[in-house]
Design a protein around this ligand. Structure first.
Ligand SMILES: Nc1ncnc2c1ncn2[C@@H]1O[C@H](COP(=O)(O)OP(=O)(O)OP(=O)(O)O)[C@@H](O)[C@H]1O
Length: 253
């Protein structure tokens, strides 16, 4: 479980997070939604311990995340940021194996090799194993980065807009794989991710964190809290949560 209490943060006199408090249960796929500039990425980075708030606390599985060293954090959570910076000159297998670094710190064991192989297989990367990450398409590359985060074998995975620039096939592919990983059984993961595509969020998320202007507008199980009225208010434009062939969709009016 993640427990966030009274989190506030400002930069350059801009108040980015305003007294954010919420709890996110384990085993869920939690979507952070809200308009541009709402503070979604900032919240995710604070949850991951990469940004220090001015006040407030984040506890992940009972641990004060900002009191932990990097190594300790890396065993509880993995974070995939929006831009991975320069694309590493690595093979896909080496990139995915890099996710194991917090466990072995340069001396990989058979457990690390097994975890890498499992991540490669889960994200259908075996055929691309020897390819350079630079040579991959955007969608393949994104899958490789998600597999690296998965290989870190942390109870929590935080992903900042992992679907950017992906075509519908890859969106479905990654979201199906992410959802299949969540749950409370041993070895299952908890995932929090920033999503802009509301139909994807409606289809896959079972928990919602709705943010606007640095505040939490609503947080809770998706089915209980997300309505057309909430989405329209959040984005300040008419939106309808509807069903198409039994699947939820969000359409602009
Ligand atoms: N280092 C910084 N200095 C000043 N302002 C910042 C800084 N980082 C973020 N901000 C501002 O904080 C606000 C929230 O930014 P953030 O990136 O968290 O929003 P977001 O909801 O993820 O937005 P988007 O959907 O556009 O990616 C924005 O107005 C942004 O310009």
């Amino acid at each position: 479980m993640i427990e966030i209490s009274s989190l506030s943060m400002s930069r350059d006199d801009v108040q980015i997070l305003r007294d954010v408090s919420l709890s996110v249960p384990s085993g869920r796929l939690a979507a952070i939604i809200g308009p541009n500039g709402a503070g979604k990425s900032t919240l995710l980075h604070c949850m991951a311990g990469l940004l220090a708030p001015d006040s407030g606390q984040v506890r992940v599985n009972g641990q004060d995340i900002h009191a932990l060293r990097e190594q300790g954090r890396a065993l509880i959570l993995s974070l995939l940021t929006q831009s991975q910076g320069a694309v590493p000159r690595l093979s896909v297998r080496d990139l995915v194996a890099f996710g194991r670094w917090p466990h072995h710190r340069g001396r990989p064991t058979p457990t690390d090799h097994t975890a890498t192989a499992e991540a490669m297989a889960r994200f259908d990367l075996d055929a691309l194993a020897q390819r350079s990450v630079e040579s991959l398409s955007g969608g393949q590359r994104q899958r490789a980065f998600v597999a690296m985060a998965y290989a870190q074998s942390t109870p929590w995975m935080f992903l900042d807009e992992p679907l950017a620039a992906l075509d519908p096939k890859y969106v479905r592919d990654i979201m199906d794989r992410l959802r299949a990983m969540t749950g409370t059984d041993t070895g299952k993961r908890s995932i929090a991710l920033v999503l802009h595509d509301l139909s994807v969020a409606a289809r896959y998320a079972d928990f919602c964190i709705a943010m606007k202007a640095g505040r939490i507008i609503a947080a809770g199980p998706w089915r209980d809290i997300v309505t057309s009225a909430l989405l329209s208010e959040l984005y300040e434009t008419p939106l309808r949560l509807a069903e198409l062939d039994g699947a939820p969709v969000v359409v602009g009016l």
